[in-house]
Design a protein around this ligand. Structure first.
Ligand code: GTP
Length: 536
């Protein structure tokens, strides 16, 4: 199997098509494994690009392929299985073709130093399908989505679907909390027309049966009746975020060099970085330097076995939660259970199935990172918290090589105390969230966005001309001032002030925040609702 450096959707689609052609030409099991690996790689990529509809289609195809992986003697597959897989593959390829969103995909892939102004905005469309009684909620949501840069099509429950490209999301706003047969028919129609879009159903009753019925019809996310508008907005905005995904790192502890090479090759084919050691005696040193997200541990090795090494790690606070997966020829169930009791997370048997190995590694790492992430993000906004934002800025500065420039802005909502005093804390929180969402929607995945304090935010924009960065922040300022925030008596409007400093004019992280804070103070002094440069 070759491991191409896959950088784009095109690369992955090409590999998927050729792997399938390879399999249909000779029916070999080896080619089928390559096909399954290629689907998994595409699914991963769509996941990173936050395209859940396409992920779902990939996973459907992947599941169908995995079902045929268990029995090598079943290959070449009978014609009816080939036809069925071909149909699923065609649906997937068709959906990719019709749901292309070149601007965000390209943006996330290649943060460029030559960004044009338009690249900073992520234009996407959303369809809002409302029943007569859901009209008011639909109207409010449409307005908010519009303010966040979405093109919104409002549709009545029975009218024809727009002849436009498939939307990022479809919001169904019904008038009752349990879906009726006609609602299900409508959902199925939209699902068929937009296989890659994320379908939301609002105002559902929080019970299992009605939710399962909706999911079977094609709904991806149901939102309970309370807190509808803010939840929907944050879920839709979340879809346009492309999380910066560090490569998965796996430490392979394996005394057989042949086995280690085989494992590393499989991991590399799934885009997973790895490092192998043959002697568990060097484990602590390597963990410190390599900082893996997961350890693949052999059971039987000279000097200590894998279970003893795991027990040692579990006694150290730094390694209490790192996933440890045993990969061993040990077939004694009693030994396997004992190994899990003593600190392992999973047991995989050698010879291993490469697709299963990659799936286990990736899902375990995803959970591990999610837990790690929750200690770094702010609960109200989902942005980096103060400590994490400071650390990220330090890392950006440390990695900057001249002539790279980094623009740092401290942003503070104006007269926020009086918003709290007049409308109450929950409305104040909503204003904070509104600004967080606007920043997330407008800045790149590679930019740092953090909540620095109560109503103070920090952003850092690497690799861009400071004047352009200032324009971007200023545009966000104008748009924030026009953003309506709902309160029980109507809507309110808020503004922010910002101070900007630039690396390398100021060459340390602490200095950058201090200088930007000074400029922010100046912006407040000069009347608020403005952006000021430090040392201007
Ligand atoms: N609702 C809400 N309020 C918060 C939060 N964190 C801090 N605050 C409030 O934010 C307010 C900040 O007010 P000040 O620092 O006096 O500044 P300001 O009223 O924004 O005035 P200027 O910055 O000078 O324009 C205080 O009343 C804090 O209680 C939060 O998480 N939620």
């Amino acid at each position: 199997m070759s491991s191409l450096p896959l950088t784009s959707v095109e690369d992955r689609l090409y590999v998927l098509r050729t792997r399938w052609e390879g399999y249909t030409a000779d029916g070999s099991f080896e080619h089928f494994i390559e096909f399954a690996v290629a689907i998994n790689s595409l699914a991963e990529h769509f996941n990173r690009l936050r395209l859940p509809g396409l992920v779902r289609l990939c996973e459907g195809l992947e599941n169908a392929a995995l079902a045929k992986l268990g029995d090598q003697s079943a290959h070449p597959l009978p014609q009816q299985d080939i036809v069925s897989l071909q149909r699923q593959l065609d649906t997937l390829l068709g959906a990719v073709g019709t749901s292309r969103a070149p601007v965000p995909v390209r943006r996330a892939e290649t943060p460029s130093t030559a960004l044009k102004e338009i690249d900073w905005v992520k234009p996407r469309s959303v369809w809002v399908v409302a029943d007569a009684n859901g009209h008011e909620l639909a109207e409010g949501l449409s307005r908010q989505l519009h303010y966040f840069g979405f093109q919104v099509f409002q549709l009545c429950w029975d009218c024809a679907l727009p002849q436009a490209e498939a939307p990022l999301a479809v919001l169904f706003v019904p008038s009752h909390t349990v879906a009726q047969p006609k609602d299900l028919a409508r959902i199925e129609q939209v699902r068929a027309a937009c296989p890659a879009s994320q379908l939301f159903f609002l105002g559902v009753r929080s019970e299992i049966d009605p939710i399962v019925v909706l999911m079977r019809a094609g709904i991806d996310v149901t939102i309970p009746a309370d807190e509808q508008s803010s939840t929907v907005l944050s879920r839709v905005l979340d879809l346009v975020q492309t999380h910066e995904q560090e490569k998965h790192r796996v430490l392979v502890v394996e005394d057989s060099r042949v086995a280690a090479a085989l494992i590393q090759r499989t991991l590399a084919e799934h885009g997973i970085d790895s490092h192998a050691i043959g002697d568990p005696g060097t484990l602590l040193e390597v963990l410190r330097d390599y900082r893996p997200d997961l350890i693949l541990m052999d059971m039987h090795m000279p000097r200590f076995n894998g279970v003893e090494a795991t027990r040692v790690l579990r006694q150290m606070s730094a390694y209490q939660s790192i996933p440890i997966v045993y990969l061993s020829g040990e077939s004694d169930i009693g030994m396997q259970v004992e190994a899990l009791r003593l600190g392992g997370d999973q047991f995989l048997i050698k010879p291993f199935n490469p697709v299963l190995l990659a799936a286990v590694v990736k899902t375990k790492i995803a959970r591990f990172r999610e837990t790690q992430r929750s200690s770094r993000v702010d609960g109200l906004t989902g942005l980096l918290n103060h400590t994490a934002a400071k650390a990220r800025l330090q890392a950006l500065v440390a990695a900057a090589v001249e002539p790279a420039r980094i623009t740092v802005a401290m942003i503070d909502i104006d007269h926020f105390k009086s918003i709290n005093d007049t409308y109450g804390h929950p409305v104040g929180d909503q204003v904070i969230r509104g600004l967080a969402w606007l920043l997330k929607a407008r800045l790149r995945a590679t930019d740092l966005i953090g909540r620095y304090g109560g109503e103070e935010f920090i952003v850092a924009l690497p690799d861009v001309d400071p004047e352009m960065a200032r324009n971007v922040i200023d545009r966000i300022r104008t748009d924030f001032a026009a953003l309506p925030h709902a309160h029980p008596g109507g809507v309110l409007y808020a503004t922010f002030s910002a101070g900007i400093s630039v690396y390398p004019e100021v060459d340390a992280a602490a200095g950058l925040t201090e200088a930007a804070d000074g400029a922010l103070l100046q912006a407040k002094r000069l009347g608020r609702n403005r952006v000021e440069f430090a040392f201007a």
